[in-house]
Structure formats: C-alpha cells, structure tokens
Design a protein around this ligand. Structure first.
Ligand SMILES: [Zn+2]
Length: 417
C-alpha cells in the first residue's frame, strides 16, 4: 500500500484518538448515513445452530454506481471443522429474489446482483435468510462446554474501495483479518431461558415466553456485532463514569472473573483519560474457550478461560489491558486488519505497557515491557530468523505465525515505545 495512504490512516487514528467522545460519534452518525443491520436470530444449542434473517439498509458510500453488493460470510472458513453458513435467500424491498453466488477460496464471499444500479449516496433495502452451524471448536466462532461464541458469524457488507473495488479478503485463522464500515445494529436473539447472552451494544428489550428468552440489543456506530451465549455464566458489573463494565465468567473462576472486571475498569479509565473518552455506555469482558489469550470486538472482548487461574493472573491482567486497548485501536480507529494489522496490534501491545505505567509506575512498565515484548523480539532475532517490515499485511506472513506475532506485535510496540 502506498506510503501516503498509510500516513493518512495513521493521522486519522491519532486524530480520532484525540477527539473521540459521545458527541463526536453522534455527529458522525448524523452527518453520514451508515448502513443499518437488523437481525432476528434463533439460537438452538441442542443442534449448535442459529437460523436468522437480516434486513439491511445498504448505503452506497462509493463514488460510482454499484450493480452488485458483496458480503463476508466467514462461518464457511470453518467448514473443515464442521461450521458453515447457508444463505437461503436474498430479496429486495419488493420481495423479489436477487441472484447471488458464494465465492472466494474459502467460500466466505456472498455476491448478490441488484435489480438496478445503486447510485452514489443512494440506499437500498435487502433481506437475507440464513442458517448457521456452529463448529465444536474453541475459537471466536465455535462452542465448547456450554459457551457458544458467534464472533464474525453474521453476514456483514464488504467494503467497496474506489481504487480497488470490493475488498473481499478471505479469513485469516491466526489473527484478525476484518475490515468493515461503522454501522448501526439492532439484533434480536431468541435462546433457551437458561442461557445468558452477552453482545455488542446495549440490551434494550427482554421477554420470556414458553421457556424461550428473547433479547434485543442495539449498537451504533460500531464496525461489527458479536454475541456470546453461555448456560453457566455468573455476571458482575461496575460503573465507571457513564460506562457500565460487565464481567461474564464461570462460577469456578469467580475470583478471577472479578479481577478481570477490576482490571477492565482500570484499563478503560486510563485509556479514556489519555486516548479520548470511551463513547459507548457499556463494555463487556467475557470468559470463553479459545486458542488465543483474548479477542477484540466492539464493546465486548473474549478472554480465554485458561487465564482465569492464579498461575496465569499476571497474563490475564495483561490480556485484559491489551483487549481493552483494542476498543480504541481497531474498534474506533478503523484500520483494515488485512492490509495493516500493526495499526491495531502494535498500538494495543504498546497500550498495555502504558496501562502498567499509568497504574503501577514506570518501573513495573519497564519490567513488563522487557518480560513480554522486548525479550520475545530479541529471542526471535537471536535465533537467526529473518526480520520483516512492520507494515506488511497478514497475507505476507501467511502461516509463519512466529514472524507475524513478533514483527507486528512485539517489534511494532518496540518502535512505538
Ligand atoms: Zn490484539
């Protein structure tokens, strides 16, 4: 990607970080019409399925007319593990079926042809019906032992870029490869009564009937929407300013579920003070099963269950700080994680050290930087492995995860520090 564009994105990130506030986001929401997504979902844990409909108002933000729309349908990247999404139909406002194809090397792109070209600034309403199978894996999209994660499970519009067309990058399994526009969401989820739901945004309605719980969540403006459901969660919360922070955890991990809440509150407080106020009313820290330490989504982060122990307490605090920092880096400062992953990962890694500095002082920050970041970078270099540019895409690194994590996370944080 050209240097100029990289600089513009970086400046945008720094500018947004200085001005982010609820008022700013309201101005953004009023001045540029965003896409709006309305999902009605029915979750059935017995079959590990979600059936649903999307009613979407898509706004053409490109400078040319669009004759087709593209969506990411990431569950198909999990086909080898038993997860997928079937798109049952796509219709326009009048109820007329639209032609669509499923494309891409991992079948994660849905391309639908519009009845007539959509002019710049025009909007179109489309509906979609789908069926999702959740795989039995410990991942952002998957389930294990009563916790169901629906990370990147819902269809989401691809970004149309004037200079390159549809940005339909596939799914990158080792990190994040997501890029989407800010949008408004209304999501209604039906689930068995014994399940507790954690999601992006704010719970605006709850009904119970015949053993089925129906909750509606609203969020705006956010880049994507995530849901976690669990049949054994305890929930604790704490207010910090105008924000309520929630921690969802397994009963046997109460001590560290409460610690995660405490550290999340501290991280949110420090980052709000120094980066710009967290502009949403709620933030959720959710214990899940995952191969990762943590995973960031707007208003909600997944934290690996394996960290909720005495031996992992130090790392749990670090991961909570890192994932909370992503609320600014990626969730608000909207970079493309495919092309420039360092713009959120290096900043989040650096921010976790700032958290230690602001919470415990410079000596502790130095020690944590040395232990978790600098030593990792030196170990990599001392092993004779090749140095790579910080600005490369996730696809440049491919399955060389050691190079990816060391360059993008550790080297990136070293440069910022
Ligand atoms: Zn990260």
């Amino acid at each position: 990607m050209p240097e100029m564009r990289r600089s513009v994105i970086l400046i945008s990130i720094l500018a947004l970080s200085m001005i982010a506030s609820p008022e700013t986001f309201n101005v953004i929401a009023q001045n540029a019409e965003m896409h709006s997504y309305t999902f009605i979902l029915s979750f059935e844990p017995a079959n590990a399925t979600v059936t649903g409909t999307l009613n979407m108002r898509y706004v053409n933000h490109a400078s040319k007319s669009l004759s087709e729309l593209c969506f990411h349908i990431y569950p198909n990247a999990f086909k080898s593990k038993g997860g997928y999404i079937d798109i049952l139909q796509v219709k326009d406002t009048e109820g007329k079926s639209l032609r669509f194809t499923v494309e891409g090397e991992d079948e994660t792109v849905l391309r639908t042809t519009l009845d007539r070209p959509l002019k710049p600034g025009e909007a179109v309403n489309i509906t979609m019906a789908f069926h999702i199978k959740i795989p039995n894996v410990a991942d952002r999209f998957g389930y294990k032992s009563g916790i169901y994660c629906l990370g990147n499970a819902l269809p989401i519009a691809s970004v149309y870029e004037d200079e390159v067309g549809w940005n339909n990058d596939p799914y990158y399994p080792y990190g994040e490869s997501f890029n989407s526009e800010f949008a408004s969401y209304s999501v209604t989820i039906k689930c068995p009564l014994n399940y507790i739901v954690a999601a992006t945004g704010v719970l605006t309605n709850k009904m119970v009937s015949n053993g089925i719980k129906t909750t509606t969540w609203k969020a705006s403006p956010v880049r994507e929407f995530v849901i976690v459901l669990g049949n054994n969660f305890k929930v604790s919360k704490q207010a910090v300013g105008n924000v309520t922070v929630y921690s969802y955890y397994l009963p046997e991990h109460s001590e560290y579920g409460l610690k995660a809440l405490e550290w999340g509150v501290k991280a949110l407080t420090h980052f709000s003070k120094h980066f710009g106020m967290y502009p949403y009313p709620e933030y959720r820290i959710v214990e899940t099963y995952g191969w990762f330490g943590g995973m960031e989504y707007p208003n909600l982060v997944m934290i690996s269950s394996s960290l909720y122990t005495e031996e992992s307490a130090d790392f749990l605090e670090l991961v909570v700080a890192h994932e909370t920092a992503h609320q600014w880096w990626y969730c608000m400062a909207g970079n493309d994680e495919n092309d420039e992953p360092w713009l959120d990962e290096a900043f989040a890694e650096y921010s976790e050290i700032l958290y230690y500095e602001w919470e415990y002082g410079p000596e502790v920050a130095d020690e944590m930087f040395e232990r978790y970041i600098l030593s990792s970078y030196h170990r990599y270099l001392n092993s004779g492995k090749k140095e790579h540019p910080l600005s490369e895409s996730v696809w440049y690194f491919g399955d060389d995860t050691n190079a990816y994590y060391t360059m993008i996370y550790d080297k990136g944080a070293c440069i910022l520090r």
